[in-house]
Design a protein around this ligand. Structure first.
Ligand SMILES: [Fe+2]
Length: 347
């Protein structure tokens, strides 16, 4: 247990930075804010130095309070409005994001400038357990190739889900827990693959069952939820408590974009655990286990700015489903939660 055998963060991060191919003379910036873990900042700085890189920390202050309903404000990160900080990050080779730039236009701008960006938001025990393994990257890249070539995606489950997406407008995103290519983003840890539907082109019904997972609530669904989707937007959510919970969340943003169907894909990470949320600390984990566990179907609502779309909203649900089947152009990829293609099988 970690009490008796504490995780050596410098060693863990040195191994991670080697996967990211951090080179001597490269510039690595550790981006932090008021909520960032100082032990992560310090360990990444030491790990970067050990690999010979030029390393420094860029620490941003708390954002000013937004009066009159922060949820209605445009999607802002702590970096919004800090032009000189943004310029500095764009000149780095590797940005360690301990701030949480995900879904922000600033992150896209940093990537477009050529910096690789690594988000780190999980506690040490999850980073260690889900540390990127040999074979994961090739499986994820095989999944991304399949998504890139597909014109349609359909997923179903035994409870009556039958959901269809038309694909082709947006490129897939692959995540395998490190980044060694210019301009590429990843989140340490987690292996999964996804893309976005063409604008307005997802239709059908999703029926969540007991044991499916709602994020960012980090809650298991306990009662069936029926979600109807027309022309790319959720038009109804019905059922018991879990449906009410989801409806309240969606309504609270007062933003039509909250109801949009967003990324869709599947989990490929054999080290991620469906049941991890029963034991983890909700305050310190972002739930990568639920997003990545092998054989899930992960769908979401809200933004599509990650792939260059116009929906810049902070309203975002990730929903992980168990025992679902998923088809690309009618070819089965997952059947009842089992990967059925050899290119994504665990060796
Ligand atoms: Fe998401």
């Amino acid at each position: 247990m970690s009490h008796n055998n504490p995780i050596d963060l410098v060693h863990l991060f040195t191994e991670e930075l080697k996967l990211c191919k951090l080179q001597p003379q490269e510039v690595m910036v550790v981006l932090s804010g008021p909520q960032s873990r100082s032990d992560y900042v310090n360990a990444f700085m030491r790990a970067g130095r050990e690999l010979g890189a030029e390393v420094f920390r860029l620490d941003l202050p708390e954002a000013p309070a937004v009066l009159g309903g922060a949820q209605q404000a445009a999607n802002r990160s702590l970096l919004t409005g800090h032009q000189s900080a943004l310029d500095t990050l764009k000149r780095a080779h590797l940005v360690i994001d301990l701030l949480g730039l995900l879904h922000s236009p600033e992150q896209i701008e940093i990537q477009r400038a050529g910096a690789r960006v690594l988000m780190v938001a999980e506690p040490p025990d999850i980073l260690a357990r889900m540390f990127p393994r040999a074979g994961q990257r090739s499986r994820v890249e095989a999944g991304a190739r399949r998504l890139a070539g597909a014109k349609s995606l359909r997923f179903t489950n035994a409870a009556g889900t039958d959901m269809r997406y038309t694909l082709g407008q947006y490129a897939p995103i692959d995540q395998y827990g490190y980044t060694d290519e210019p301009g590429r983003w990843d989140n340490f840890p987690g292996s999964f693959v996804y893309t976005w539907p063409n604008e307005g082109q997802s239709e059908g019904v999703i029926v969540l069952q007991e044991g499916d997972i709602l994020l960012p609530f980090k809650e298991y669904v306990r009662s069936e939820v029926r979600i109807e989707v027309e022309k790319g937007f959720i038009v109804s959510v019905s059922g018991g408590f879990d449906a009410w919970h989801m409806r309240q969340y969606l309504q609270s943003w007062n933003d039509p974009a909250a109801y949009a169907m967003a990324h869709i894909g599947w989990g490929l990470d054999e080290s991620a655990l469906w049941h991890a949320m029963t034991m983890m600390n909700k305050q310190t984990s972002v739930g990568q286990d639920a997003r990545a566990f092998y054989g899930n179907v992960l769908w979401s609502t809200g933004p599509n700015t990650d792939v260059g779309g116009q929906r810049n909203t902070p309203a975002h649900l990730d929903i992980a489903m168990r025992e679902a089947s998923l088809y690309l152009d009618d070819e089965p990829i997952l059947l009842k939660g089992q990967l059925v293609t050899p290119d994504m099988a665990i060796a």
